[in-house]
Design a protein around this ligand. Structure first.
Ligand code: DX5
Ligand code: ZN
Length: 224
């Protein structure tokens, strides 16, 4: 399958040597990284924020996809753009004025994603689908790395692709995030996902970061 992106989620990386781990993944072929931002409010956990993204951008030319798992995301759109985000994803469940936020992200010069929790139907995004670049279908409940993949979400991935086709939308990324590894990546891709986020399976797998990354590419039948 071509056009697939395997995006390491740095949430599972060793922050004492983050730059090195990112470089190792890049040497194995990664060019898109997923940056998880949590506020301890929308999700019951804290993670990283603006300074870490700035440091990463200083050492990497890769595409940085910022997944905001925070309430009031509109407050942080400009700071994350200034820190170097290439794409910002906000959650459908917290954005009261989703239309406004989508257009603000676009105005700031970033690509736009909207995330759906496992329990949120994709039809809630229908009106906004032509205006966005990516739909993130969470395959775990957001908040923690290393959780078990929820297979029912793959049906939602397929429904997003059906909606895209019905509406005649040419280009749209569908991202899956949570519990993705060599054992289920191909299944997610066959359901219609083209951006696969993988945290623990890349940074905490059995081998080196590079070997783990290449192992998932092989499972996707991508030449390495
Ligand atoms: C979960 C995060 C994910 C997480 C995925 O709330 O949004 O991006 O890093 O981690 P794994 O791949 O370990 O499930
Ligand atoms: Zn994420």
């Amino acid at each position: 399958m071509s056009g697939l992106v395997l995006a390491p989620s740095i949430l599972a990386a060793d922050y004492a040597c983050l730059g090195e781990q990112v470089r190792e993944a890049e040497e194995a072929g990664a060019a898109w990284f997923h940056v998880d931002v949590m506020d301890g409010h929308f999700v019951p956990n804290l993670s990283i924020g603006i300074p870490v993204l700035e440091s990463l951008k200083a050492v990497s030319d890769s595409f940085m996809d910022v997944h905001l798992m925070i309430d009031n995301p509109e407050v942080f759109l400009e700071p994350f753009t200034a820190a170097g985000a290439d794409l910002i994803t906000i959650h459908q469940e917290v954005a009261t004025h989703l239309h406004r936020d989508i257009h603000e992200i676009r105005r700031l010069g970033c690509k736009v994603g909207v995330a759906l929790n496992p329990s949120t139907p994709p039809e809630t995004l229908r009106e906004m689908l032509p205006a966005i670049d990516l739909v993130l279908c969470m395959t775990v409940n957001p908040g923690f790395g290393g959780q078990a993949f929820i297979p029912e979400v793959l049906d939602k991935v397929t429904r997003v692709r059906e909606m895209q086709a019905q509406m005649g939308i040419d280009s749209l990324h569908v991202q899956v995030d949570g519990g993705i590894g060599a054992g289920n990546a191909l299944r997610a891709a066959r359901a219609g996902a083209d951006v696969l986020v993988a945290g623990s399976s890349v940074f905490r797998g059995a081998g080196s970061v590079g070997d783990n990354y290449r192992g998932i590419l092989r499972a996707l039948a991508i030449e390495v």
